[in-house]
Design a protein around this ligand. Structure first.
Ligand code: SF4
Ligand code: SF4
Ligand code: SF4
Length: 411
């Protein structure tokens, strides 16, 4: 085991391999849970591109599940949380006092990760293989709320609640799938941090299926190999003819009807931290606005998909799912700064990856009172730039509207 630094946990942790040299880019994405309508367009975009062949019938590299009861595979997170609680009964706690900018934005995790609770004999990672039945019903418990809200609902937390959780492979910085593979068939690319399974080397032992805490490595019986999300890497490489050779967002991102997804590439330094780049939308949302958080950071894989948590869900549930940054993230989203409001307009306005943004100040257009806090709204314009620093998109904060005349036609 090597010691590696995990900034989600704010500490070093044990991992079977040393950290990479850094200097490359890392695939990252932000999903705004508050806006998802569970239309499953993202799921179908992925399936119709990558998993439509025999043996892949039950394979959804992208899925959207209703929480708290839904899950694909069934109960994937509850099962692992229970295993972790059994193996580390007092340890699943955070010390928010140890918070430091960039190195430890959520404080320090004082419990054990899934690498640290493993028995070290037949497991290098705590995990389990779901049963065949667990994979069969990706939408079970869809739209099932915790209880009926007979007296209506009230913010900040509804008495009856559910929300949609959008899930793809996290292209983790410390992938559990890679750590567990006895064939060394799984690798993480230097240039973009994408985690891939070499289909020539894989022998279908399913150690990755067992180890991935998010259950995003899946077994295909027709080829007797495991497969997973490939981050649509030809698009990231700029091979899609539509993008003129520029890096392009993945299929599930660009298809998103609810405009909840934004994907990017961030620069990683030799210390394993994201290189200071506040004009990169990913860096801004995660490190500056702190509005987007990793999913179950306590598992220890340092996942690279970040979520803006849902405002209406009881905080205790969200703290377990997104860690101690939850309250600040919801505050930031509920009363967005002038800059954050502008950056939020960049979600789903172009297929090309936005590497930097500029904000052009505009006039004040409204004074609002949101939850007792005064808010000034400005009609700023946000400009998105490509990897070469050229403008690819320009969006105003205020959506242009057209008022129809009272009398439309002769009817
Ligand atoms: S396409 Fe977007 S809005 Fe629709 S389910 Fe997927 S993430 Fe949600
Ligand atoms: S989410 Fe799972 S499959 Fe994807 S890189 Fe992380 S451990 Fe591997
Ligand atoms: S990134 Fe590409 S391969 Fe991965 S889930 Fe999305 S569409 Fe599928």
């Amino acid at each position: 085991m090597a010691d590696v630094y995990n900034w989600h946990l704010g500490r070093t942790m044990s991992y079977p391999y040393p950290a990479g040299p850094g200097g490359g880019r890392q695939f990252a994405a932000v999903f705004n849970i508050n806006r998802c309508i569970s239309c499953q367009t993202c799921s179908m975009a992925c399936k119709s591109t990558w998993t439509f062949s025999p043996g892949q019938e039950l394979m959804w590299w992208n899925n959207v599940e209703s929480k708290p009861f839904g899950g694909y595979p069934l109960n994937w997170d509850v099962n692992l949380l229970e295993m972790q609680a059994d193996r580390d009964p007092d340890g699943q706690v955070w010390n928010p006092e140890a918070r430091r900018e960039v190195e430890a934005p959520y404080g320090q995790f004082e419990g054990k990760t899934i690498f640290e609770t493993a028995n070290g004999k037949d497991q290098v990672v705590t995990g389990y293989i779901p049963s065949n039945d667990d994979w069969k019903a990706p939408n079970i418990y869809e739209d099932a709320a915790t209880k009926w809200a007979k007296e209506g609902v009230e913010l900040p937390a509804h008495s009856g609640w559910f929300f949609y959780l959008q899930r793809i492979c996290n292209h983790c910085t410390y992938p559990a799938c890679l750590a567990a593979c006895p064939r060394k068939a799984i690798y993480k690319r230097e240039q973009d941090g994408v985690v891939l399974i070499d289909q020539e080397r894989c022998r279908g032992y399913r150690k990755c299926v067992e180890a991935c805490p998010y259950k995003k490595a899946m077994y295909r019986p027709t080829t007797r190999t495991s497969e997973k999300c490939i981050a649509c890497y030809p698009r990231l490489e700029g091979q899609d003819p539509l993008s003129d050779g520029l890096p392009m967002e993945t299929r599930c991102m660009v298809a998103c009807v609810g405009k909840i997804r934004l994907q990017g590439l961030v620069q990683v330094g030799s210390d394993g931290l994201w290189v200071d780049d506040p004009r990169n939308p990913m860096y801004y949302l995660v490190h500056v606005a702190k509005v987007a958080l990793p999913l179950y950071p306590q598992f220890g894989t340092q996942p690279n998909v970040y979520y803006i948590p849902p405002r209406w869900v009881p905080r205790e549930y969200l703290h377990q799912m997104f860690g101690p940054g939850t309250d600040a993230a919801i505050d930031a989203y509920t009363n967005p700064s002038r800059e954050l409001l502008a950056v939020l307009q960049l979600f789903r306005v172009t297929q090309k990856i936005i590497f930097a943004f500029d904000i052009i100040p505009g006039p004040k257009v409204a004074d609002l009172n949101i939850g007792g806090q005064k808010q000034e709204i400005y009609d700023d314009t946000v400009v998105g730039l490509d990897s070469q620093g050229r403008e690819i998109v320009r969006v105003p904060v205020m959506e242009p509207t057209f008022q129809r005349p009272g009398k439309l036609n002769s009817i």
